[in-house]
Design a protein around this ligand. Structure first.
Ligand SMILES: NC(=O)c1ccc[n+]([C@@H]2O[C@H](COP(=O)([O-])OP(=O)(O)OC[C@H]3O[C@@H](n4cnc5c(N)ncnc54)[C@H](O)[C@@H]3O)[C@@H](O)[C@H]2O)c1
Length: 458
């Protein structure tokens, strides 16, 4: 089976390279010629653990190839994965223009049957529109198109591991033939027939992921419903954090015990600065819009979104309360990416925090292990330093905005000595209050008892 992957971003690159590793022949394309030239040059334009080694291997073995000619990729393929972006419009809807462009290209260039698979996250009923577009723009009306939805659940930072070891593979189809094609395509993943770059020499024993077959509309809904639920959980934990601050509890203790109930589960039940990235915020927005248009009031999600937006206000309140006057205060920022192990800063809370601090007249210095290049594009005049200790030097406050493991392992005693005032505001509840207390920091986080030592000389 020959595959084409259209869109070589996070999802396209992981999908294309992992399916090539699983034994398929993949031609990957993108309308960004520079991106394709970079990939043809052997460089990976994004940071994602293990992706470079998978791509390098499958390119060397001739199963993955990159082309800037999107039409060539369409013509060569039996199965086409659409992996283009679906960013939010100003109104919060999903912008489906890239999907439509790809549909028109496929319709124009196809002269053999194609299974066209939505991998991008799209609102329910996009499959219907996609089918229509393929029909109305088809140059050769004899060509048979099948459409399927195969939502992607990978998480940036562990994307390769997630692709090879999914909890479930969801396919939305409307005929047996498409289901069979997708079953064959994913068989090596389901049966563990691939070289796993994550687990050496062997993957740990695990249950076979479920291959879930649904209608196209259900598959589309499953993706939005999953991401929205994760957002709900995070916002729930964040309201609990606010409550703990008022009532004297410790949100980490509360969420840990709540999450031990298997009906609830501890993942995504962590308080802090809230969620960002290219998926949760935009998918929740798009789901709310979709529900509104269907005449369904999804107030639950609106509230989750409101709580999430408010986290930045809550952090700023903490900073202001501690610093009193903001103008000309030196603020160090640890972490810009929306989460650890990625260089993705799209809708990262840190971006908004930095913007607001600078608007208040603070002097900000920041660092991130992987996201500095992208941050420089957003803030060309921001002081971005590789060394976290330099970021701390002379700072009136140090903010932790992404919970990179590297930050946990810093020499915090040294950090304290570098700072003008040993004040740490931990937006991710990454450090332990007792440890910071022992080191003599003023330490604030979300929903946990605060500690401000009497200033003393060290
Ligand atoms: N990033 C994630 O963690 C993740 C996880 C699951 C699902 N998704 C969904 O997958 C989709 C892609 O996400 P991403 O993070 O990979 O996006 P991305 O922005 O990193 O990549 C999209 C790529 O598509 C290319 N593209 C856009 N229009 C094109 C066109 N007409 N023809 C060819 N190429 C085109 C862009 O140049 C870009 O390289 C989105 O719908 C997203 O919601 C993302």
């Amino acid at each position: 089976m020959k595959l084409a992957v259209i869109g070589c971003g996070y999802v396209g690159l992981v999908t294309g390279s992992c399916l090539a590793e699983a034994g398929h022949e993949v031609l990957a394309t993108d309308n960004d010629a520079f991106r394709i030239a970079t990939l043809q040059d052997g460089k990976i334009p994004i940071y994602e653990l293990h992706l470079d080694s998978v791509v390098e291997t499958v390119v060397r073995e001739g199963r993955l190839r990159f082309t800037a000619d999107c039409a060539e990729a369409v013509r060569a393929a039996d199965v086409i994965f659409i992996c283009v972006g679906t960013p939010p419009t100003d109104s919060g809807d999903a912008d489906l223009s890239a999907i439509e462009n790809v549909a028109r290209l496929i319709a124009r260039e196809s002269s053999t049957p194609k299974l066209v698979v939505e991998k991008s996250t799209v609102p329910a009923q996009t499959g219907e529109q996609l089918k229509r577009a393929l029909q109305v723009y088809a140059r050769n009306t004899d060509v048979k198109f099948h459409v399927a939805s195969n939502p992607e659940f990978l998480r940036e930072g562990t994307a390769v591991e997630d692709f090879f070891h999914p909890d479930r593979i969801v396919v939305g189809v409307e005929d047996k033939e498409s289901e069979q094609q997708l079953r064959e395509l994913y068989a090596p993943i389901l049966e563990g027939r691939f070289r796993c770059p994550v687990h050496q020499p062997n993957c740990p024993p695990a249950a076979t992921p479920e291959f879930v077959v649904t209608t196209i509309a259900s598959a589309e809904l499953i993706k939005h419903a999953s991401n929205s639920f994760l957002g709900l959980k995070i916002s729930y934990a964040n309201v609990l954090a606010d409550l703990c601050e008022r009532l004297g509890g410790n949100v980490d203790e509360v969420t840990r015990a709540v999450g031990l109930d298997p009906r609830i589960g501890g993942q995504f039940l962590k308080a802090g600065l809230g969620f960002g990235g290219f998926c949760l915020p935009k998918d929740i927005q798009a789901f709310i819009k979709l529900a509104d248009r269907a005449g369904i009031e999804f107030g639950l999600l609106k509230e989750a979104e409101r709580v999430n937006k408010q986290r930045i206000d809550r952090l700023l309140e903490k900073i202001k309360k501690a610093l009193w006057v903001m103008k000309e205060k030196q603020i160090g920022v640890l972490g810009i990416a929306f989460k650890p192990n990625t260089d993705d800063i799209r809708l990262a809370p840190a971006i908004e925090v930095i913007r607001r601090l600078r608007a208040e007249g603070c002097v900000v210095r920041a660092t991130d292990p992987e996201a500095m290049t992208r941050a420089r594009v957003v803030f060309p005049d921001l002081s971005l330093l590789v060394d976290p200790y330099e970021v701390a030097r002379g700072a009136d406050a140090l903010l932790i905005l992404t919970e990179w493991e590297q930050f946990r392992r810093l020499d915090w005693k040294r950090i304290r000595n570098e700072m003008a005032r040993p004040l740490v505001i931990d937006g991710r509840n990454m450090l332990r209050t007792a440890d910071m207390q022992a080191l003599g920091f003023e330490y604030m986080s979300f929903g946990r008892p605060e500690f401000a030592p009497v200033p003393s000389k060290f």
